[in-house]
Design a protein. Structure first.
Length: 307
């Protein structure tokens, strides 16, 4: 990328320490953010593990993960606000939905926090220290699986949601970045370059170009969306998901029309594919040189007597 002179404003990866260190030391001008999907997956994994011993935590897992997604989307690229919105769930699970005057509860949180940096004291105005959902019905208040401050399961939940390393990683999700478009590109690439087949380098380059054209065209193409029932491996249930279909048929027809025109006019489109090959393709990917058959036979050992 640097050789081609491309400007990189931000870099997204999963929560990987060595990558973060490399970007911080070697590319200080590049913003490094964490993929929100991977961070939410880590949160769900921690909650699912605790939910095996504390079923009440398991009942809140989906809501807490969804709340993290909402917090990252609503924080206006402010990492402190992101954590404050996310840690407001600690009040919600206690059936406390407005806490500007809950000094006793805030003191209890400070005691549970100890020397850890999170959760920090609320910085929002008093009128904004409340849940933003609609008023709950009496039935929800009565039958909700609420926690109590002194319960063992709430203490475990508090430790998970205020874990220092997890919270520091959440701070890097403030721009709500994820690798969805890149994964969509690789998924489209499998149509033209399935992994079960082997292709020459020139075929690989041309099919990658075609995939890039289709992907970039699909970013602005009209999209039709409808709900489908899909199995969620994370939640282990069937859920409704959006199925988005982009109309790329016009692009393909234009490409085929241009190819037919070139054939009819006896024109040949040539590409210098050597520009896209930075290093010579080795004959083998092994580091050692292949020995001759005679050398291998001379070194071969057998327990069977020679006939």
């Amino acid at each position: 990328i640097n050789e081609d002179g491309l400007a990189v404003n931000s870099f997204v990866s999963d929560c990987h320490g060595p990558i973060a260190k490399m970007i911080r030391e070697q590319f200080p001008s590049v913003y490094h953010g964490y993929d929100i999907w991977h961070t939410a997956k880590r949160l769900r994994k921690k909650l699912d593990k605790a939910g095996k011993k504390y079923p009440k935590i398991l009942a809140w897992t989906n809501d807490l993960v969804n709340h993290f997604w909402w917090s990252a989307q609503s924080c206006n690229e402010n990492p402190d606000l992101l954590l404050e919105l996310f840690h407001s769930s600690l009040f919600h699970v206690l059936n406390v939905h407005s806490w500007p005057r809950s000094k006793k509860l805030k003191t209890t949180f400070a005691e549970l926090r100890g020397k850890k940096p999170y959760p920090k004291a609320p910085t929002l105005a008093s009128k904004n220290q409340k849940c933003l959902h609609l008023p709950l019905t009496k039935r929800v208040h009565r039958k909700g699986k609420w926690f109590s401050v002194g319960d063992a399961d709430f203490i475990v939940l508090f430790k998970i949601l205020t874990d220092t390393r997890l919270c520091n990683d959440m701070r890097k999700c403030e721009k709500f970045l994820h690798t969805g478009p890149l994964e969509s590109f690789h998924s489209s690439k499998l149509k033209y370059l399935p992994k079960c087949n082997a292709y020459k380098m020139d075929t690989h380059i041309l099919m990658t170009m075609l995939t890039a054209l289709e992907h970039n065209h699909g970013l602005t193409a009209p999209t039709t969306s409808h709900k489908v029932a899909a199995y969620s491996r994370a939640q282990k249930i069937y859920v409704l998901k959006n199925s988005n279909q982009r109309d790329t048929m016009l692009l393909k027809k234009n490409i085929l029309s241009e190819v037919v025109t070139c054939i009819g006019e006896n024109r040949c489109c040539t590409f210098d594919l050597s520009l896209y090959i930075r290093k010579a393709v080795p004959k083998t990917f092994h580091m050692t040189e292949k020995p001759s058959k005679d050398d291998l036979l001379s070194k071969a050992l057998s327990r069977m007597p020679d006939k």
